[in-house]
Ligand binder design. Sequence first.
Ligand code: F6R
Length: 242
Amino acid sequence: MILHKFKDQNELNRVGADLLLSVVRSKPNAILGMATGSTPVGIYQEIVKSFKQGLVSFKEVTTFNLDEYAGLPVTHPESYRSFMQSHLFNHIDIKPENTYVPNGNADDLDEEGRRYDELIYQKGLVDMQILGIGHNGHIGFNEPDESLSRFTHKVTLKPETREANKRFFNSIDDVPTHALTMGMGSILHAKSILLVVKGAEKAEILDRTLNGPITTQVPASFLQTHPRVIVLTDCDVDYKRS
Ligand code: F6R
């Protein structure tokens, strides 16, 4: 893992965007793994800026999103499809048919998980996966548990995750209880991973992710096993062995 620490989130966002853009510049038909939540918003803004300056094109790029709430209408402003449209896809030249988000409204979510994994498999390996992290160490919505799943699957969101995400909704009762998430297999199969961690309140979980034991109780700790992880953070945390 390579750890880059920043004092300034603007600089972090620019570096994060540059890393993603360098993947697209060197491989115009790159496959990017996308995340939602507040963490990547600034990076997406920088990407949009570069696109508007004519510095990059996404015409041949394919994206796969990590996750989607179950049962939330896709038109709901807080659906992850809506998030991606409003923060990124509506502002760049990506083809809509090349942007994939799991369908959290499918009749059969197990079948939808299989379909999503098959699509990823058909398109090839994700070139760069951007990840945020939950306070409990989740990546995607792979929540801490006795065991973790390799495949895209339905999850019950932990109370702390719903609590953290209630800031996007009117009340906790409006936060969906379930979601569909890429499994640890698809995440760890990405050729490279950009883990972005912002805010002092995430310093402890970042320390456990980088330096703690690899455990299903901290799903992000499995990133220690991946050969190409770049961590961008404004937390005061060090990688204890290089
Ligand atoms: C979002 C996702 C989640 C978030 C995490 C952090 O697609 O997969 O793992 O990255 O919950 O969320 P924020 O960035 O809102 O703190």
